[in-house]
Design a binder for this molecule. Sequence first.
Ligand code: 5GP
Length: 208
Amino acid sequence: MENNKVQKGQLIVVSGPSGAGKGTVLAHAFDRYPNLRYSVSVTTRAPREKEVDGVDYYFKNIDEYMKMLHDNEFLEHQCVYGNYYGTPRKKVEAMLDNGYDVVLEIDVKGALEIKSRFAEAVMIFVTPSDRATIEERLRKRSTEKEEELMVRMGSAFEELKQAEKYDYIVVNDDAERSADDIAAIIRAEKCSTGKNKEFLNKLIYGGN
Ligand code: 5GP
């Protein structure tokens, strides 16, 4: 008998200090891995130049955001650099149920919250190979004022201390190679015994 049941997708959490180049790496990973979907977060932060509502973030005012929070619409949420950021629950659940692998690009606190609630989530920490690169990349981006830049730099170095809590570290010296690493991690996870328990049970004991 044909089994039409869609296999649930994989939840993938990607974090790393500002300036780690997560966005570029992920863009390449999406090219390589068509089953991957990006979870667009909700934020109260003002849009940066070139950012598009519904693509980069869903930009909301504080009242709209608080209503969503009150209505339990977030899978997790955090205040980062004085702005709120939340992962929309229903959208993520729908993508997972439809068999897509979903990437949450979120801060370390939010990531650890996800891991505590979804043990099966794959945690990937993306980082440059040295501290100077973090500073250089943050400055190059220079969308923030000097004061804000200092705050981001400080918390980037704080975030590095949390890296060992992740399942995988991807050192981003080369965005294309790092994207290969991410694709390889996802593939390996799909073959892990932990993710194939149901399959193995059927294989051993039969049934549908
Ligand atoms: P940015 O303002 O530079 O786009 O993002 C600032 C930080 O917020 C980054 O570390 C980013 O990963 C994190 N972030 C973005 N969306 C979310 C979210 O939905 N939840 C959490 N916890 N962090 C988020």
